[in-house]
Design a protein. Structure first.
Length: 663
């Protein structure tokens, strides 16, 4: 074939806009995204910020900056996942509304679920781990700063690839669980599933590396004197979460990889008609999937434990039982995965075992709830925004837990399974637990990250929109579930009698959407107008991060503090000895070695993206090009000995003096 210019253009147009797949809504969204991208480029060019972007962000290995990168990604994905949710709720607002087609509905619940779990909640967790954990345990950085950047850029490659599906080639449509046969080539020949598999595989490598990093950081990088049992609860949460990720992600990786082989290499691991076992995939997926829900909620438990102690001005009640219950939940969560498919016929003995193991988790969870309540008991409570989220979290999570126990009751689950009762249950725990916890953490640590607090009044408005909106959305869904409405249903006829409840649910969803907009406004407003003073320790905090200036200097601690007990910063303030904690005499300042910026994690991520894109479309040349880039970047990282830069004592002295920290 002779490749003329017009035919090449035609090819590109056909590729971007395959006939019969493009719809006006999608093209509209793409135009909007194009404008968004162009305006970012325009801004960078207009204010000559390319160098700044490269030096400060794309090549950074500073955990505090990587935290900001994760935060930005998480908020963007919260927006996209939220728009997906609103499209679904709009379509279900009235019977037979047909705003979107059945096929589009499949795509939208798939991208919504996948994005919210993997690309919104996970990066928000790593944003807070990065922003807080090293400061909290008295470390200069994470254990492996370069690996930290690699983790982020692999995650970014996954996010970019996943979102590219919307623009080039078509979105995945088999649910966030991607069960066969829905993912089999025979029934699903587009590239959407390839995108899903490859994006999650790449991001998953990043997440696993990040887990290793935080595991080692918490175990090895603690300040002298900070024994494990003196660690703040959030650090315990990071430790347990990382341990969960380390053992939960491998089964997911295997499941995704074998599905990919079934599609690209025509193997038949999960293809029933050719002797494969779809149930094997389902087991692999949930062997990951159930621990995943605890990966999502343990950080929230850690955050609320910090928040409740600070704003009750009391030490956390039942510290040891908190640590024990976190660890118990971590271990138990590996033994419950079959509760996601009781109806698949494993038999009563197996089902009862997994039903009981699930219910067992209610015990350590209950212990934690009581400990938070007892911490507040008799405390001097300040109802700041993070505390409001705690107040709302407790009843919401208890109800989510109670409906979880109902779903774990095997005979009852035959009724509830795949109904809106389930949809309401998991949003109850995912929003009431994970999202509330993470938002509380964002409001709590924002001053530490950026040097100013988010406006409280706007924060409250967002909180109320979110919380009222939440119940208006999901309470009707429990009822709809009991009335027989099944999950993933794209529309329904009027005679079902589901219309009123569905309309309420949609109204609530839009209230939550408004809450999100208020949070964005809150951030933009506070960035401009919030006072910059008194941000070092605005909440009268208890843990080490509040002993530092906000934002913390690049090296965090000029001198690593020595810790003598729990709540070390609070204890120092009580003793009237804040100077004793990590501050320096003028003559004491020594040069420090800090990790040096590097472009290699970014190039590695980019190469993974190229390779992934090539694999999605089976473009061999592109795949090989990407693979070459991956290998080159890895080898370069491996042999790069120039990893440290030296910070002069004079520079450190200047920074410390500017924040009044030289004695
Ligand atoms: C504004 C808040 C939210 C609304 C209104 C909302 C709404 C919805 C709707 C309408 C569905 C599809 C139900 C169906 O047809 O089966 C859904 C599914 C789902 N949502 Fe949400 N959601 C919200 C937030 C979240 C968050 C924060 C998460 C996770 C952290 C999440 C995770 C999921 C998952 C995993 C699914 C299942 C997708 C699947 O069936 O494959 N959602 N949500
Ligand atoms: Cu589960």
């Amino acid at each position: 074939m002779v490749l003329s210019v017009p035919s090449a253009i035609l090819y590109v147009i056909r590729f971007l806009f395959p006939p019969g797949v493009r719809r006006p809504t999608e093209i509209g969204a793409e135009v909007l995204m194009g404008f968004g991208l162009l305006s970012v480029v325009w801004w960078l060019a207009r204010y000559k910020r390319w160098g700044w972007l490269w030096r400060e962000w794309l090549t950074t290995v500073d955990h505090k900056k990587i935290a900001v990168l994760y935060l930005v990604a998480a908020f963007l994905m919260m927006f996209r996942g939220g728009v997906d949710a609103l499209m679904m709720r709009l379509n279900l607002a009235l019977p037979q509304l047909h705003v979107i087609t059945a096929e589009e509905y499949n795509e939208v619940f798939t991208t919504h679920g996948t994005i919210m779990i993997f690309f919104m909640a996970m990066p928000l967790i790593f944003a807070l781990f990065n922003a807080v954990i090293p400061l909290m345990i008295g470390a200069r950085d994470v254990a492996f700063p370069r690996l930290n950047a690699v983790s982020f850029w692999l995650f970014a490659a996954g996010v970019d690839l996943f979102n590219l599906a919307f623009i080039v080639g078509g979105s995945p449509n088999a649910g966030w669980t991607a069960y066969p046969p829905l993912t089999e080539l025979q029934f699903n020949s587009g590239v959407g599933i390839n995108y899903y598999l490859i994006a999650l595989l790449i991001a998953g490598i990043g997440t696993t590396l990040a887990a290793i990093n935080f595991l080692v950081t918490v175990l090895w990088m603690r300040a002298p004197g900070m024994t494990l049992m003196r660690m703040p609860l959030f650090a315990w949460a990071a430790l347990n979460t990382s341990a969960l990720i380390l053992f939960a992600f491998p089964p997911l990786t295997v499941g995704l990889l074998l599905t990919l082989l079934d599609r690209l290499a025509r193997t038949a691991f999960f293809t029933l008609t050719r002797g494969g076992m779809p149930m094997m995939y389902v087991n692999l997926f949930w062997l990951f999937g159930h621990p995943e829900v605890y990966i999502l909620v343990l950080p929230a438990f850690g955050i609320f434990s910090e928040v409740v102690a600070t704003f009750s001005r009391k030490t956390l009640f039942g510290y040891t039982s908190m640590v024990a219950s976190l660890t118990a939940i971590m271990l138990l969560s590996y033994g419950t995965w079959v509760h996601h498919f009781f109806t698949m016929g494993a038999g009563p003995a197996v089902n009862v075992f997994f039903g009981l193991s699930t219910m067992l988790i209610a015990i350590p969870t209950g212990v934690k709830i009581f400990n938070w309540l007892f911490t507040m008991w008799g405390g001097k409570i300040r109802t700041t925004v993070p505390m409001l989220y705690l107040f709302a979290f407790i009843p919401t999570f208890v109800i989510g837990g109670a409906t979880g126990v109902q779903l774990a009751t095997v005979p009852a689950d035959y009724q509830f399974h795949n109904s809106y009762y389930l949809v309401a249950h998991f949003h109850n725990v995912l929003i009431g637990g994970t999202v509330y916890g993470l938002l509380a953490g964002v409001y709590y640590w924002w001053p530490k990250m950026f040097g100013y607090a988010l406006d409280e009044r706007q924060g409250r408005i967002a909180f109320w929109l979110f919380t009222v909106g939440f119940w208006v959305t999901f309470l009707p869904q429990y009822l709809l579930g009991l009335m027989g409405m099944t999950r993933r249903m794209w529309t329904y006829p009027a005679w079902t009698g589901w219309s009123a409840l569905n309309l309420w649910s949609t109204v609530g969803a839009f209230m939550m959407g408004a809450g999100f907009l208020v949070i964005v406004y809150n951030i933009l407003w506070s960035r401009r107008h919030a006072p910059r003073e008194a941000a070092d320790d605005p909440w009268d905090g208890r843990t080490l991060e509040w002993s530092l200036p906000s934002p913390a200097p690049e090296y965090n601690f000029a001198r690593i503090p020595t810790v003598a007990g729990r709540d070390a910063w609070w204890a120092a303030k009580e003793r009237g000895d804040v100077g004793g904690l990590g501050r320096l005499e003028l003559g004491e300042v020594e040069a420090l070695d800090l990790p040096k910026n590097t472009a290699l994690p970014f190039t590695l991520g980019t190469a993974f993206f190229v390779m992934g894109f090539g694999l999605v479309f089976s473009f061999t040349a592109v795949t090989l090009l990407g693979l070459l880039g991956v290998m080159a970047s890895t080898v370069a990282l491996w042999f790069d000995d120039d990893q440290w830069k030296r910070l002069d004592p004079d520079d450190i002295r200047r920074v410390e003096a500017a924040s009044g920290r030289l004695m």
